[in-house]
Write a protein that binds this ligand. Structure first.
Ligand code: FEO
Length: 203
């Protein structure tokens, strides 16, 4: 948002978080909205917490899979752990780029045990659905506060959530198809081992 204002003697950051800059010999000042609305910054910090919590949940699931002789599943979940960490840092870097403060919040202890492999992926799907809902609420806030850069960032996350939910739903469908058939689960677990590492700078 822009605006020219008649000269005053103050040059700097105002109490409302706008940068006031000397503009020209005509003694006007230009106002730039450089600092994020604190409500949005707080909501992004909360989303960083949710992404790191997701990472922590998937790391605990990977440990469970290892302990239950499912190395391919453990690998898949480790990749998901990495991906969630990248999501959290993408939000964190965005706060830096908008001159907003990063506030790392405490994350809850994740569950340690699951009834079955299907139970693991049902939890993954429900968790991702809850993250999608969070992203949608955050997007609505960005629209309400007319923060276009945040809306653009969140469009990336909205697409990412569609992809993640679809991928997990596909795995769940396969697992339900094979049921408790040991050899089929063995083959699926080997398939999960081929998941590549996420790109370190997801675009
Ligand atoms: Fe970062 Fe899987 O949501």
């Amino acid at each position: 948002m822009w605006g020219d204002y008649f000269c005053s003697r103050a040059v700097g950051t105002s109490a409302t978080g706008v940068l006031v800059v000397h503009h020209s010999s005509r003694c006007t000042f230009t106002i730039f909205h450089t600092i994020m609305n604190p409500i949005l910054a707080e909501a992004i910090n909360e989303q960083i917490r949710a992404e790191f919590h997701s990472a922590y949940i998937y790391l605990a699931m990977a440990a469970w899979a290892n302990e239950n002789n499912l190395p391919g599943t453990a690998h898949w979940l480790r990749m998901q752990w990495q991906e969630e960490t990248l999501h959290a840092t993408k939000f964190l870097d965005f706060l830096h780029s908008r001159n907003a403060s990063v506030h790392l919040l405490a994350i809850d202890e994740p569950p340690r045990s699951y009834a079955s492999l299907i139970d693991v992926f049902e939890h993954v799907l429900h968790h991702e659905q809850s993250i999608t809902e969070r992203i949608n609420v955050l997007y609505d806030k960005a629209v309400e506060h007319r923060d276009r850069p945040l809306q653009i960032l969140l469009q990336w996350f909205i697409n990412e959530q569609v992809e993640e939910e679809s991928q997990v739903q596909g795995i769940l469908d396969q697992l339900k198809l094979v049921g408790s058939d040991g050899p089929s689960i063995f083959l699926l677990d080997r398939q999960f081992a081929s998941r590549p590492a996420p790109a370190t700078n997801p675009e």
